[in-house]
Write a protein that binds this ligand. Structure first.
Ligand code: NDP
Length: 485
């Protein structure tokens, strides 16, 4: 028995499902069929207020608990998520269209990793003792208060946990607003956290479009905002947070480069390009969508890539044999088709794909363009779909300069068998997350985030703690204090 797609109610506030059907209905569409699988209601101002009030009321007592106690609850939630991985993965697949082959290893499992990691870290969050001669000072690592998480639609469970786990470990409360396109799985995260013993109010989920997110960001009772989304939304949310001098984490979009030198292992490089362009049907922020291949290897690379793409299995994403599913929505599919048209019109060579697949749902073919030049729109803008642009290059310096010639800086990868070159190129990349002879690994132990327009702050690893806590300095004088008068 897997979870029904229709949730018990639209929101999860103060430890319970809550409905307010005066909110605008949002239909949840299964991307594999186009069918409506659930309806939720957008949060009304009353729901937003209730979520904020309950989170604020609960936060102080949570912060006063020991880190060990907080961490135990997070680790218990991680264990429950792992136990229910199958059901959570099926729900994620229905909501996002991503193949079960992916969701069963990359979504609830990645969320559980974050809960386990930050649950373990909660007891270790301490300040510092600073000796000052006979006087001294100490720092206290304190929570920020109420954190708001706003998610994109590509990794709903993962994003809900990557934001929630460090926030809760540090003693904050969180209100999470999933993307309106994929509202189902964050509710399950809230349910599981409370089942694991999280006191009511500390992890509330409310539904809605951008306006609901904006009303949370603009509320004076909110201390921090962590957004995963596009650069245009990031600009708006960052600006709104700035008005209240709020802390922010911005995980935004990218147009990341993947450099393949002609001494690279060909099959590994092709694997990197496939993982970095077609996993989740290309809907991954860190994708290496500009694949620069050294000219000596370029045609061999394209030939092997075309051969390997014949192994794609497109179909019902719930079928465990399927490794390539639909786009998340009709709107996203049409955006991507527009870019494919643009690539053709600009004169790029279509190596394979390029069209919609004739079946229900929002399926596109995995698409590869060769002979792409740096000035083409498909080489400059984030497409967020299964469209790879292959570009040639001659020298290392040229490749680095062209790789960095973008306003984005989320990720970058290099394939080479030259050890010194691998590290030299990684050091030269203007990107927050780099890969050597690999692509798109995102373990919780490693900081993740962007440079340039791709973001501010880091998620995962100890680095995330800096973004969900603040230091208070306490100066201690041991003797009498003198004053000039
Ligand atoms: P959007 O930027 O459209 O939306 C992101 C979230 O912000 C959604 O929940 C959205 O609500 C909400 N939102 C929109 N407007 C506002 C506003 N004014 N105030 C507050 N919240 C608002 O991104 P998508 O959902 O389309 O996701 C795709 C984008 O996310 C891509 O650019 C991708 O690169 C990026 N991304 C980045 C990642 C990273 O870690 N760096 C990871 C995954 C994706 P609603 O959708 O309901 O309108």
């Amino acid at each position: 028995m897997t979870y029904p797609t229709q949730p018990k109610a639209s929101h999860f506030i103060d430890g319970a499902y809550v409905e307010d059907d005066t909110g605008t209905p949002i239909e949840v569409i299964c991307p594999a069929t186009g069918a409506v699988i659930a309806t939720v209601h957008e949060a009304t101002p009353a729901i937003v207020d209730r979520a904020i009030a309950s989170a604020r009321a609960a936060q102080a007592a949570w912060a006063a608990m020991t880190g060990t106690e907080r961490g135990r609850i997070l680790r218990r939630a991680a264990a429950i998520m792992r136990d229910r991985n199958h059901d959570l993965s099926v729900l994620e697949t229905r909501d996002t269209g991503k193949p079960y082959q992916e969701t069963s290893v990359a979504d609830a499992t990645s969320g559980a990793d974050a809960l386990e990691y930050f649950g373990g870290m909660a007891a270790t969050l301490t300040g510092q003792h600073i000796p000052l001669g006979e006087n001294w000072a100490y720092t206290r690592r304190e929570p920020l208060g109420l954190c708001v998480g706003i998610g994109a639609w590509n990794y709903p469970t993962q994003i809900a946990c990557w934001k929630g786990a460090p926030a809760l470990a540090c003693g904050n409360a969180m209100i999470f607003k999933p993307s309106e396109t994929t509202p189902l799985c964050a509710l399950k995260v809230a349910e599981i956290l409370h089942e694991a013993g999280l006191p009511a109010g500390l992890y509330n989920v409310i539904q809605g479009r951008g306006a609901v997110g904006a009303s949370l960001v603009g509320d004076a009772r909110v201390d921090k905002v962590s957004l995963t989304g596009s650069v245009p939304t990031g600009r708006k949310v960052y600006a709104a947070a700035a008005a209240g001098i709020k802390h922010v984490t911005m995980e935004l979009g990218g147009k990341s480069p993947l450099l393949v030198f002609d001494d690279a292992d060909l099959d590994s490089a092709v694997s990197g390009a496939i993982l970095g362009n077609f996993y989740s049907s290309g809907q991954v922020c860190s994708n290496g969508t500009r694949v620069f291949v050294q000219n000596g290897m370029r045609e061999a690379f394209l030939a092997r890539l075309a051969e390997r793409l014949r192994g794609v299995v497109i179909g019902d994403p719930l079928d465990p044999a399927v490794n390539f599913g639909p786009m998340v929505s009709e709107a996203q599919m049409n955006i991507v088709l527009g870019y494919v048209e643009q690539g053709r019109a600009e004169g790029a060579r279509l190596v394979c794909g390029g069209g919609r697949i004739d079946r229900p749902g929002f399926y596109l073919e995995p698409t590869v363009f060769a002979d792409v030049t740096d000035d083409m729109v498909i080489a400059r803008e984030e497409i967020f779909g299964p469209v790879m642009a292959v570009l040639g290059f001659d020298t290392e310096d040229e490749a680095i300069a062209r790789a960095n010639a973008t306003e984005f800086g989320l990720a970058a990868g290099v394939f080479t068998s030259d050890l010194a070159r691998a590290h030299r190129v990684a050091a030269a990349f203007e990107a927050g997350t780099c890969f050597i002879n690999s692509y798109n690994d995102a373990p919780v132990e490693v900081p993740f985030g962007g440079a340039k327009l791709s973001g501010v702050g880091r998620e995962n690893a100890a680095a995330a703690i800096e973004h969900y806590s603040q230091l208070k300095s306490v100066f201690v004088r041991m003797g009498a204090l003198e004053a000039p008068f």
